[in-house]
Design a protein around this ligand. Structure first.
Ligand code: 2HG
Ligand code: ZN
Length: 483
């Protein structure tokens, strides 16, 4: 599909409506937002447009739509899959629509247990704001200092609390969004039940901006806890880790909120590259798990005694429960720095995969062996959300070589291979990061045809001119080759 340049009239109209803080074509203003977070691709845009209200956002989409001009929405620019980078079919001709100016928290209701936050609210700020009202928004991830509500909704983000509370899809009660025709969908009411047929809100969640521009969301809150306990556990196998999770759940119930898997080489990467980190246990166990449990004042003791029991039963090798908030934060830092440590170490082909939870330990072992056999010298590393059946199965370049050259020559083949394995295992090539621009070709090649045809039909119905985030998520052409 060929996209036109915005006309001078369109650019003038946007400049007049949005003012100097809301509109720029200055390359220096655009530059920081044209490269994705992983620094894999740099795009180009005709203008950077930043609406401050939902009505302004609707104006932008309506004006762009009138000319068939493409829109690439962007929040905190922390996509792992290039979902918010204006590269691809409309490169250089799209409006990059930044939602960062819409950062009001419109309301917090402790009776409804709901917060209405605009698209540009940063996740860490949201945590603080609801915390002041003794509530929690139970979704967290390493990029919380950048990721915004609009992006979290649009990518159906996951993170480290999905185990108990589910991904964004289960936390969004209502949405306000501009549809591709410029109309404003006002669905912010915090309804717990709503059976009026097709759920537009759920289509927009995880829609990666291809069906509309999210301007605000009503999000579910839960009660604050009295105390949390964070523990680091060393284990001999990933299968033992899964058995331990089920045992802790049996005994501590819903108190277990996070269960994150870290392999020995992942911990070693963090200790090597991230300042102010140190090994939490005296022995380097082949596998590690970070557990967070929340509850009353005795939760630390309860977790400690369960872990002692697991060690006596031979399930865990060693464990330490953080004795202070500072120690708990230090343990979380080890987990949350994995991505950054891996990036500092060199290039990797990254895969955000899920299979049924019970299959994951065997899948990780079999897939690692298959990758190394097919691509000798590569170094697979799997870490993350074992309790969700979701790990980041990243394949690092062979040691000692030119990792950039390896990446350019091999990464696409490695990814297709890994995505093929996970598809054969009945899993998904995107568990929580989305498809974006980086996974679109593999999605097109490996997805079942019924799924693809349904998605194309929905896209064609809501965005017939294809103006919303072209190049992300959807393989539009009948042959699956892309737009
Ligand atoms: C995480 O769980 C993030 O740390 C990033 O989803 C995963 O870098 C990655 O592969
Ligand atoms: Zn993750």
């Amino acid at each position: 599909m060929a996209y036109p340049m915005p006309s001078p009239d369109l650019l003038r109209a946007l400049a007049a409506r949005l003012g100097p803080r809301g509109f720029t074509t200055d390359p220096a203003d655009l530059a920081p937002w044209l490269t994705d977070w992983r620094r894999r691709v740099t795009g180009a845009a005709a203008a950077l447009v930043s609406p401050a209200t939902a009505e302004d956002a609707a104006f932008v989409v309506a004006c762009a739509g009138a000319e068939g001009v493409a829109i690439v929405p962007q929040g905190g620019n922390s996509s792992m899959v290039g979902g918010a980078t204006p590269a691809g079919p409309a490169e250089g001709r799209a409006l990059l629509v930044s939602m960062r100016r819409m950062r009001a928290i419109r309301s917090i209701s402790t009776e409804d247990n709901a917060v209405v936050a605009e698209a540009g609210v940063v996740l860490a700020d949201l945590h603080i704001a609801v915390g002041e009202r003794r509530r929690r928004f139970p979704l967290s991830l390493a990029a919380k200092g950048n990721a915004t509500v609009g992006g979290l909704v649009s990518t159906n983000a996951g993170g480290t609390q999905v185990l108990r509370f589910g991904p964004m899809r289960s936390l969004v009660l209502g949405l306000e969004a501009v549809l591709p025709d410029g109309s404003l969908f006002q669905g912010l009411a915090p309804l717990r039940k709503d059976n009026r047929g097709y759920d537009l809100k759920q289509l927009l969640i995880g829609g990666e901006g291809t069906l509309g521009l999210v301007t605000a969301a009503t999000l579910r809150l839960v009660s604050a806890f009295e105390a949390r306990a964070v523990a680091w556990i060393g284990l001999r196998s990933a299968r033992d880790a899964l058995t331990l999770l089920r045992r802790l759940e049996d005994r501590l119930g819903e108190a277990v909120e996070s269960f994150e898997l870290v392999p020995a080489e992942g911990l070693a990467l963090v200790l090597r590259h991230i300042p102010d980190t140190r090994p939490p246990l005296s022995h380097a166990w082949e596998w590690n798990v970070l557990v967070e449990a929340v509850g009353g004042a005795d939760i630390g003791e309860r977790l400690q005694s369960e872990l002692m029991g697991a060690i006596e039963a031979g399930l865990a090798g060693d464990a330490m429960v953080a004795a202070s908030e500072a120690q708990a934060e230090a343990l979380w830092k080890l987990r949350e720095s994995l991505s950054e440590a891996e990036a500092r170490d060199g290039m990797a082909a990254k895969h955000d995969i899920a299979v049924p939870v019970a299959d994951m330990p065997a899948f990780m072992a079999q897939a690692s062996a298959a990758v190394v056999a097919r691509f000798p010298g590569t170094r697979p590393i799997a870490f993350g959300h074992l309790g969700d059946g979701n790990v980041h199965f990243n394949v690092r370049a062979p040691a000692g070589g030119d990792d950039k050259a390896w990446f350019a020559a091999q990464a696409a083949a490695v990814s297709r291979f890994v995505h093929g394995l996970v598809t054969e295992a009945g899993g998904t090539l995107s568990a929580e990061h989305g498809i974006g621009r980086f996974k679109r070709a593999d999605f097109a090649a490996l997805a079942d045809l019924v799924r693809l045809a349904s998605m194309r039909a929905i896209k064609a119905a809501l965005d017939p001119a294809g103006i919303m985030n072209p190049g992300a998520l959807l393989p539009l052409a009948e042959d699956g080759s892309g737009q």
